[in-house]
Every structure is written in structure tokens, then in C-alpha cells.
Design a protein around this ligand. Structure first.
Ligand SMILES: Nc1nc2c(ncn2[C@@H]2O[C@H](COP(=O)(O)OP(=O)(O)O)[C@@H](O)[C@H]2O)c(=O)[nH]1
Ligand SMILES: [Mg+2]
Ligand SMILES: [Zn+2]
Length: 297
């Protein structure tokens, strides 16, 4: 039988096949992902055989169309957080918590790296005062200028959820965002079935010291699906070269005007990117580019 992995906890995988749910194990080695901490991830298309008790064994993982990998900052562990994705939804907020633009830029660059279109959505607009709302609009304009689909919602109050649903309809979306930005609240609002526990504090306490995190796929009311990624924090790029990074910045398309072909747009003379800071290149985006560049080994 064929199905889609919608959840994985340890070696227990929940698989959806023609609207039925099966619990499966996996015993084999996975040639696709030998180096990763998790061999099978939500989004994987698998072939499995059913036992008499209606549980199953996964026999084969069908080659992934794409996937999103993060490397932990702490222990260098490499973890796939989703596969076979059409787009990422980067959920951010200006307040409670403030999402660093560096984190947003990294999510955008990583999405492009894995050939996935990012959408950027700011949540919790209901708690912003006028000044904070102005700031939000400034931030949004940075991303609109580089043609990233960007808007704002209130997951709690339901503001602009209809606009978001149009973007999500019939697509497989991977939800990215720091803890506390409202991922679970949003999923509760837009998914068919979810009744997720919101507020990560209580979730953490009940799990004790275990930090196991897993991605889980939810069907949307509008059709399509969304993958929640609990515990998604700051991360490192896994497998990128320094010289590739600027290609993940759409506005850095001036790079062929740099004096040096292999310009990293850092200290080199006659760099078209540096010369265009404040014009086509936003200074904050540029500084975040430098930070990411320095993190790449
Ligand atoms: N005021 C306001 N609070 C929100 C909104 N969305 C989520 N929250 C609150 O933010 C906290 C964290 O939300 P949660 O969904 O658990 O975030 P997650 O960690 O990203 O899954 C909870 O107390 C939610 O009630 C919103 O749009 N407005
Ligand atoms: Mg959550
Ligand atoms: Zn340059």
C-alpha cells in the first residue's frame, strides 16, 4: 500500500492512505537519509505492508521531491523537518515575541535553497499599538520589495485568515516560526481536525525534560495541508557553500557587476552589492546576509 507519513514519534509512524490512518514501524535502513537523525519524516510518501492487526511495516520510501533540513546550533545534529513541500509559511510577530529579521531572512534563504517558495506572515496584529503597527508596515515593505508574499493576521481574532487560506488552498505548506508566535493557534483555526495544545510552556512541562520534537501534518479546511514544526528555533544551514549564499537573496542579482567573479560581497573592492546598500539592497538584509555568511563553515 502507499501512503503519506503525517506524524513520526520515535520509530512509530502515522500514515494516511486514502483517508484511512495506519500506525507503522520501520526496520530497514534508509539510503536516502542515512546521515540524519530521523530516517523518515512527515511528508514522506511510503510503501507499507499491513499486518493482521491493521498496523504495518514501512518497506520503502519514495524519493523525496524536496525536503527542508536544519542543523541544530547546539549539537550539530542534522534533522529533516519536512518533505514534499510546495511552500513554507514563515510565521513571525513584532511583539510577544519579537521575531528577529535575521531569523526571517534565514528561513527565506533556506526555503530558496531547497527550491520552496516562502510566504511571510506576521501574527498577533491585535496587540499592536499605532507605533508598533507602523513598524510592522516598514518591515513588511522590506519583504514586499523583494517580491516575497507578505501580510499580517491575527490567528486569535481571525483577522485576514481568509487571505491566508487563499494562499494555502490545495498546497502542502511547511509552517516555520519561533516558539510562541502562534503556530498552534493558527493550526487550530485553519485545520480540519487539530485541537492542538497552545502555549508551549505547558507542553514543555508535561513532556518533562525530553526535547524530542516532531513535525505533524494537518489537513486544512480549504483542502491542502500544513505541517507544524514544534521546537523550531534558530538553526544553521546544513550543506551550503559560502559562494552560494548570495544566490538565495533575490535582490543580490547585481552580483555580476562586482569586480571579482567570486565576490562574497564582504570586504572586496568594487562590490556592486555594497555600492547599492540603501538602494536596491536593504541594510538590514545585507547585515543578516553577513551574519549567515559567517556561520557557514
Ligand atoms: N493576542 C494574540 N495572541 C495570540 C495570537 N496567536 C497566538 N496567540 C497567543 O500566543 C501564545 C503562543 O501561541 P501558540 O499557538 O502556542 O504558539 P506556538 O508556540 O507557535 O505554537 C498563546 O498564549 C496564544 O494564545 C494572536 O493572534 N493574538
Ligand atoms: Mg505550538
Ligand atoms: Zn560583491
Amino acid at each position: 500500500m502507499k501512503g503519506t507519513v503525517i506524524k513520526s514519534v520515535g520509530n512509530l509512524y502515522t500514515i494516511k492512505s486514502e483517508d484511512k490512518i495506519y500506525k507503522c514501524n520501520y526496520r530497514g535502513k534508509n539510503k536516502l537519509t542515512n546521515n540524519f537523525s530521523n530516517p523518515i519524516v512527515s511528508g514522506d510518501e511510503v510503501e507499507f505492508i499491513l499486518n493482521e492487526d491493521n498496523n504495518g511495516i514501512i518497506e520503502n520510501i519514495i524519493e523525496r521531491k524536496n525536503y527542508f533540513i536544519k542543523r541544530s546550533l547546539k549539537d550539530e545534529n542534522v534533522h529533516i523537518i519536512g518533505s514534499n513541500i510546495d511552500q513554507t509559511l514563515i510565521l513571525a510577530s513584532i511583539k510577544n515575541p519579537y521575531t528577529k529579521l535575521g531569523f526571517i531572512d534565514k528561513c527565506i534563504a533556506a526555503s530558496f535553497y531547497y527550491n520552496i517558495t516562502p510566504i511571510l506572515v506576521f501574527n498577533k496584529i491585535d496587540i499592536l499599538n499605532n507605533k508598533e503597527f507602523k513598524k510592522l508596515e516598514e518591515v513588511i515593505s522590506i519583504y514586499k520589495n523583494i517580491n516575497i508574499s507578505t501580510f499580517y493576521i491575527s490567528a486569535e481574532k481571525g483577522d485576514n485568515i481568509d487571505i491566508l487560506e487563499i494562499k494555502l488552498k490545495n498546497k502542502k505548506t511547511l509552517l516555520l516560526g519561533n516558539s510562541g508566535v502562534g503556530k498552534s493557534t493558527l493550526i487550530n483555526k485553519i485545520s480540519k481536525t487539530s485541537n492542538q495544545r497552545t502555549n508551549d510552556l505547558s507542553a514543555k512541562t508535561s513532556r518533562g525534560k525530553q526535547t524530542t520534537t516532531f513535525s505533524e501534518i494537518f489537513d486544512l479546511k480549504v483542502s491542502g495541508s500544513i505541517t507544524d514544526t514544534p521546537g523550531f528555533k534558530d538553526f544553521n544551514f546544513f550543506d551550503i557553500d559560502k559562494s552560494d549564499l548570495s544566490f538565495l537573496y533575490p535582490e543580490f542579482n547585481l552580483r555580476n557587476k562586482c569586480k571579482f567573479k567570486n565576490c562574497l560581497h564582504k570586504n572586496e573592492p568594487d562590490c556592486a552589492i555594497k555600492e547599492n546598500i540603501g538602494k536596491q539592497i536593504n541594510i538590514k538584509r545585507y547585515n543578516n546576509y553577513l551574519s549567515i555568511l559567517n556561520e557557514i563553515i
